[in-house]
Design a protein around this ligand. Sequence first.
Ligand code: XMP
Length: 528
Amino acid sequence: MDKILILDFGSQTTQLIGRRVRDLGVYTEIIPGDSPLEAALTQDVKGIILSGSPESVYGEGAAPDKKVYECGLPLLGICYGLHRMTHDLGGKVEPLPKMEYGRIEVKVEKREGSGLLSRFLQGFKNSFTAWMSHGDTLTKFAPGFKEYGSSGTGFPAVVAHEEKPWFGVQFHPEVTHCEGGDDILGAFVLGVCGCAKGWSMEHYVEELGQSLKERAGDNPVLLLISGGVDSTVAGAALLKTLKSEQVHLMYMDTGLMRKNETAAVRANLEKLGAKNLHIIICEDEFLSALKGKAEPEEKRRIIGDLFITIQEREVARLKLPDSYLLAQGTLYTDLIESGKGVGKKAHVIKSHHNVASPLVDAKRKAGKIIEPLDRLYKDEVRKLGRLLGVDEEIVCRHPFPGPGLAVRILGEVTKEKCDILREADAIYIEELKNRRGSSGKSLYDEIWQAFAVLLPIRSVGVAGDVRKYGWVLALRAITSADGMTADVYPFETRDLLEISTRITNSVKDVGRVTYDISSKPPATIEWE
Ligand code: XMP
């Protein structure tokens, strides 16, 4: 399958380049910008994109392996990528008097003909609004390069070599604010590099089926299921491509799950054909370990440790042969460290929030891990889920933290508090699914993540004529692209008032409801 290699020099938008090219139907792979290219330049690589960077070429910016200029493949430099090519090939890059940021007009000089340069320029409108973010500009082109487009502010915006298939743009075509950005990337990837559109979910399923069968043979495969999108889709992929008797799915009900979660997980996996479904009810163990513990980090540590202990005990109980493989729902974005990858190891498993498990480590060392989603972005996982028949309810599910309700019950966790929070949270989520937002979608689908939090305080109220002392509940709803930053969802006041009334009317222990209006940063998404 044809592939575009992306050299990541640390830009915030490197991932977006990968996404956009994949949307064009072409597979992409991102590697740190300064990686040796020998092994990466396989037959199927048809072109290379050099990403942007927060650094300058005359400063701390990383340099690519010289092979990039010797391999003969088409190159596209985006912002720093263009500066890099200019600097490395004998031109000059210098700081601008003032940084340019945001929407800027670009005018392009077209060329008739069928050569690669014309094919590239055909992707551009004569005049369009681009999106820029740069503090440097080209002050001398490298030999053989010429300007084909300039910005309204008078700086080179589109540059190409007159003979070689080397191109550069000062702006970011991968950003949605760039008018016609997809056409520009398409002109490079399809027009210049001549990539065939081989990347589709149907194709992925086919390839995955073959590789899973080869890897697993007749050995059992065990997948730990959390009930979220990634592990459920990974489970669906295993069940679809391997024999269902061979696939073991294990799910732990920690007692810190949402309302009816375990029943829903069971129903969904059975519907997908699961035969060996191991549901471990360990509520008592978790709640007794958490008894009297109020400090957030201690709670997280207790839960993480107990997860590992129970997981090892229960896996041992299955008495699988040593040859069994362990599957994980790791995504492509979990495997690469975009934005920080330059000069560091590319394949570092994201450690954020996730407890390293000795079982996973041992299986990884033994080469017995399979990760059916490791080439996919989150929205591709959703597409794959739909194709494999996973319910829309799960495919569109909001993220849920590993420690579950324990980080949403501030302070000590008890069964009684879990039950109160489960009820209130279920009402909140049901309301969000039933209410429409301004886009016409449900509020739930407009929101990236929503949940209720039980605060460790009680406040005075009246019920009938009786004084009541009820718990205080906070509602959280945020919009985000990846959970790294978040904005507060701007509810219509009426929605909030009605949801609050329904919660206090239905959950007798909740006396007061508040709405969390803090963005991230400075707050985090979860309260603990
Ligand atoms: P924060 O609270 O750090 O959350 O802004 C960012 C995203 O991560 C989720 N989250 C967790 N996920 N284990 C997880 O698996 C955790 O301990 C954990 N803490 C937060 C959170 O729900 C949000 O989506």
